[in-house]
Write a new protein. Sequence first.
Length: 132
Amino acid sequence: QAAPSITPRAIARVDGETVVMTVAIDTAGAVGPVGSTTGRLVYDSTAMQFESETMVSDGTLRAVNGTVAGVVRFAAAAASGINLRRVAEFRFHLSRPDAIGAVSLSLEEVHETSRVNLTAAARRSSAVEIRP
């Protein structure tokens, strides 16, 4: 079996001065269902302002802390596995569109539903994917 690889992705949908940022996780290799993860999305607080978490009704328990300017911390957990296409989702006010490119995303903890710790396999995100 190939070694596990876990890569977070930030996907941005821009509508005027609002951007909805979705956190997704890509997996490869020997990775079972992901039961829990924590991470942080770092952004330029002079050009983006955190407004709220977007509620996702898919059976995953989520916690979000966006009280510190420039950082949104998040956690997601589900006994049967979290939805890797929508781990978390946030709404921002955007005052400078170029700031989207400076967003970074990292995972601080990743566990399979079987409790296998996959944190060492987590990579940093690549560039933000911007979708219409």
